[in-house]
Design a protein around this ligand. Structure first.
Ligand SMILES: Nc1ncnc2c1ncn2[C@@H]1O[C@H](COP(=O)(O)OP(=O)(O)OP(=O)(O)O)[C@@H](O)[C@H]1O
Ligand SMILES: [Mg+2]
Length: 157
């Protein structure tokens, strides 16, 4: 059974750390959909997730014209940012399904802009509370995975 949890982040760095911990819990094949206003902290959280896979924070950037970025890491890591998505684009036009492989991790910003369905295994909403405070609501992670004590603690340091 999956549990929804709410975490309050008090700074940019705290969101990075929360992302890193999340990166230890997610699994191959997960599709993580992020929702939240401009500047909420979606890319910041993804930077944290990426560091957990050995991808340097600075390599994860906000989309300018690139909609899909692929990173070489322990397992394929795809960052999809749909902010600039043209109204006419659909899941099929973008070939998004080709990225939703069983052997990688896919994170999608502005997932609500997609026309067509996609199976998000994890859904994350980030709410702006004030300049530095954010509420991060994570749904879809299995309770047993939150409790997983096999997590490699070395990666927390
Ligand atoms: N607690 C916090 N968590 C995340 N970011 C924070 C926090 N406090 C301040 N910030 C700042 O808020 C901004 C978040 O920007 P970010 O690019 O991550 O947002 P985004 O949701 O991806 O926006 P966009 O929709 O434009 O892609 C950064 O400048 C970051 O430093
Ligand atoms: Mg962003």
């Amino acid at each position: 059974m999956s549990a929804t949890i709410k975490i309050t982040s008090a700074s940019h760095h705290e969101t990075i750390h929360i992302g890193r911990i999340l990166g230890m819990i997610i699994k191959k094949g997960d599709v993580i959909c992020l929702y939240g206003d401009l500047g909420a902290g979606k890319t910041t959280l993804i930077k944290g997730v990426a560091t957990g896979f050995g991808i340097p924070e600075r390599e994860i950037t906000s989309a300018s014209f690139t909609i899909i970025s692929e990173y070489e890491s322990e397992i394929p890591f795809y960052h999809i940012d749909l902010y600039r998505l043209n109204d006419l684009s659909s899941v099929e036009d973008l070939g998004i399904h080709e990225y939703l492989s069983d052997d990688g991790i896919t994170v999608i910003e502005w997932a609500e802009r997609l026309k067509g369905s996609i199976d998000c295994t994890v859904k994350i909403e980030i709410k702006y509370l004030n300049e530095n405070i954010r509420e991060i609501i994570i749904g879809g992670i299995d309770e047993k995975d939150w409790n997983n004590n096999q997590v490699d603690r070395e990666r927390l340091s």
